[in-house]
Design a protein around this ligand. Structure first.
Ligand code: SF4
Length: 495
């Protein structure tokens, strides 16, 4: 446990994110005078770091006792890092503080982070805003490198993506339009790293009809409430929607076609993530019902890893599912991979990329493994430690080079907390095969109405303000309380 004691409750998210990025193996907790401590045993841990804000004296003091890095039980290697705030720095106090904290941690650990002191999930936000404000590319790159200590490589990546996103989103209807997300929270089995709303389909087979009935009620409400708006994109995710039967998928897709005016629809995506959920019959239904984009996600093409992460399908099944999808005429197929999976090295990633290249998908999403508290992976790490996780600049480069060799461009990017190597997730696609919904969910520039258990709707107002409403995660609760879920949407969507 890495305890940080701070005399003020401020910038806690940024402090936590930065310290965690430098000390990924530690559970980081921040204690301030305002902290509500449920487990008093935490107070018995020595502070690995103390933060003293003395604004009136224009002084910050950070003291890292070094015990965690040097494994000294008596905490002998204490270092003080002191920042005397100058008058000119006061206007950008937080930015200066984050830079100070970053450079102190860098000095202490001798590590450099690819994204510098950026702690948010959207590194493209800054270049996007600066582009819109008419700034020049050189100016934006310098700003990212000097003010946020981002590496030149990552600054250029975020710049390239921001420019592409801006172009892809141009034809969308912002105020008059919206996108729809439909959550199917069932999967064949649960993956080790999963933190989504997902339940094994075998346990819910008898109740999927009830679930679809509840979904239908939400869809009816939205179709009526937003009858004057333009539906730009639809994304059916989860879970794994292809866990449903072919007949159920057909019902759902027909429900969408008959409920909404789909004449302006630019994209209809269905996640067919797990090869063990895909059949030719289901793929034919997707094709016949106008699905424009699917995702067949191997995560890795190494058989041993697939078993280790709880995906009960083989590499051969992935290849067969992909070939079947092409055979039925689906011409926009994405594949997802994860870097930093347990026991995988550079050579494994290289082989995975080569195997994917042989299939020639239209897009590739490269994730860096993120450890979520709700996942089984968090427990696995407690037992086995983090040494089995290996995500490096080299593996990121292998994936990027492979995607570019396949003729793809990076078009969206986001970061999550606790990512292996503190890298990022990047979506690559061939020209014209971009996943528009993926950009929308990141950039938060259009209302996304989400139906289904565990889904979150976001209403984006013209002034950029965002309001959210959530559906319950539990499937039984969702079915039983569907009236209440619709009422929550009514409060969010009706003026
Ligand atoms: S396929 Fe996706 S949603 Fe389903 S268990 Fe695996 S990670 Fe979770």
């Amino acid at each position: 446990m890495f305890i940080i004691k701070s005399n003020k409750a401020q910038y806690e998210y940024d402090i936590h994110s930065l310290v965690k990025a430098f000390y990924p193996e530690e559970e980081v907790r921040i204690l301030t005078p305002d902290s509500i401590i449920k487990d008093r045993r935490i107070l018995e841990y020595p502070a690995a770091m103390t933060l003293t804000f003395r604004e009136e004296e224009v002084l910050f003091r950070v003291m890292i006792n070094g015990a965690s890095t040097e494994k000294e039980s008596d905490g002998t290697s204490c270092h003080d890092y002191v920042w005397h705030v100058e008058e000119k720095q006061r206007g950008e106090y937080k930015d200066f503080f984050k830079r100070f904290l970053y450079t102190s941690l860098q000095e202490e650990t001798r590590k450099t982070l690819p994204w510098g002191n950026l702690t948010g999930i959207r590194p493209t936000k800054i270049p996007m805003a600066m582009l819109k404000a008419g700034k020049k590319e050189d100016e934006i790159l310098s700003f990212l490198q000097e003010k946020h200590l981002v590496s030149r490589e990552k600054a250029m990546l975020s710049m390239e993506i921001a420019k592409r996103e801006k172009r892809i989103l141009e034809p969308l209807h912002y105020e008059d339009g919206y996108s729809l997300y439909i959550g199917i929270p069932f999967c064949p089995t649960t993956c080790l790293y999963c933190s989504f709303t997902s339940y094994p389909i075998s346990a819910w087979r008898e109740r999927t009809a009830e679930y679809l009935q509840a979904l239908g009620k939400e869809i009816d409400y939205i179709a009526d409430c937003y009858r004057d708006k333009i539906l730009d994109t639809v994304y059916i995710g989860g879970g794994t929607p292809t866990s449903l039967t072919a007949a159920e998928l057909e019902w759902l897709l027909n429900k969408i076609r008959t409920s909404f005016d789909c004449r302006a629809l630019q994209e209809l995506t269905v996640e067919a993530g797990r090869a063990d959920s895909i059949t030719e019959e289901k793929l034919c239904v997707l094709r016949a019902c106008g699905v424009t984009r699917i995702s067949v996600n191997p995560q890795t093409m190494k058989q041993e890893t697939l078993q280790l992460i709880g995906r009960r399908h083989t590499v051969d099944q992935v290849v067969q599912a992909f070939d079947l999808a092409r055979h039925v005429g689906l011409d926009n197929i994405n594949m997802d991979i994860i870097l930093g999976l347990p026991e995988e090295k550079e050579e494994d990633v290289r082989r995975t990329i080569e195997a994917i290249e042989a299939l020639d998908p239209d897009s590739l999403t490269v994730h860096s493994l993120a450890v979520k508290r709700a996942s089984k992976l968090a427990g696995w790490i407690e037992e086995n430690g983090v040494s089995a996780f290996h995500n490096t600049e080299e593996t990121m480069r292998i994936a990027e080079t492979g995607a570019r060799r396949m003729g793809m461009n990076p078009y969206y990017l986001y970061r999550q907390k606790n990512m292996a190597g503190n890298f990022e997730n990047v979506g690559y696609a061939k020209e014209g095969k971009y996943g528009i919904y993926n950009i929308l969910i990141m950039e938060e520039v259009q209302t996304i109405i989400a139906v289904g258990a565990g889904s979150i709707s976001k209403r984006v107002y013209p002034d950029g303000r965002i309001e959210r409403c959530e559906n319950v995660k539990d499937v039984s609760q969702y079915i039983e309380r569907i009236g209440e879920m619709i009422e929550r949407k009514r409060v969010l969507l009706e003026d």
